[in-house]
Ligand binder design. Structure first.
Ligand code: RP5
Length: 181
């Protein structure tokens, strides 16, 4: 999402920077208050060296900008959208309706209902309009899923993912050894 000078500088935008070179993934969220939940997705993308952008695009509070963003993302070279929202979480589903890109949805837990509301709003999409929904608050997996989607056409990223998975195996093996001792 391109920000004009008059728009507020969000926490998400501060991390991604203003002039990200050709971002491949766009992380968007309904509110700046979603950023602490969404940040792990950005950390994963950074770890894998995937250029990304991040900003607030609210389905309810800025619907015109959401439509503009959703319609134009693929034309700007974005390949995957990660969208997080809480409560009546319409952002991921609306974006999936607007874009031909894969959309990964992150249910953000709010003070009430423990994120069940967000989860059900995001996961229960009608046939034909898919959102790849991760667990409540699990933006880390959203980042990893975006990397895997990109890796299917990017052998360098595939190698990095295989490395990452063998690290997971090593950690699990070490934990198993601890239990056995
Ligand atoms: C949703 O409302 C946002 O995604 C956020 O999770 C929630 C609360 O937003 P704020 O009131 O904190 O801006 O649209």
């Amino acid at each position: 999402p391109r920000r004009t000078k008059s728009e507020p500088r969000t926490k998400a935008r501060r991390v991604a920077g203003d002039d990200v070179a050709a971002p491949r993934v766009s992380i968007v969220m309904g509110s700046d208050s979603d950023w602490p939940t969404m940040e792990p997705a950005a950390l994963v993308l950074g770890e894998f060296g995937v250029p990304f952008e991040a900003d607030v695009v609210s389905a309810h509070r800025m619907p015109e900008q959401m439509v503009e963003f959703g319609r134009g993302a693929h034309e700007r070279g974005i390949q995957v959208i990660i969208a997080g929202a809480g409560g009546a979480a319409h952002l991921p589903g609306m974006l999936a309706a607007l874009t031909p890109l894969p959309v990964v949805g992150v249910p953000v837990p709010l003070a009430h209902l423990d994120g069940m509301d967000s989860l059900l709003s995001i996961v229960q999409m009608p046939g034909g309009v898919p959102v790849a929904t991760v667990g409540v608050g699990n933006a880390k997996n959203a980042g990893l899923l975006a990397v895997r989607i990109l890796a299917s056409g990017d052998s360098e990223l595939t190698v990095k993912m295989v490395d990452y998975q063998s690290q997971l195996r090593d950690i699990a093996t070490a934990k198993g050894e601890k239990v056995r001792k």
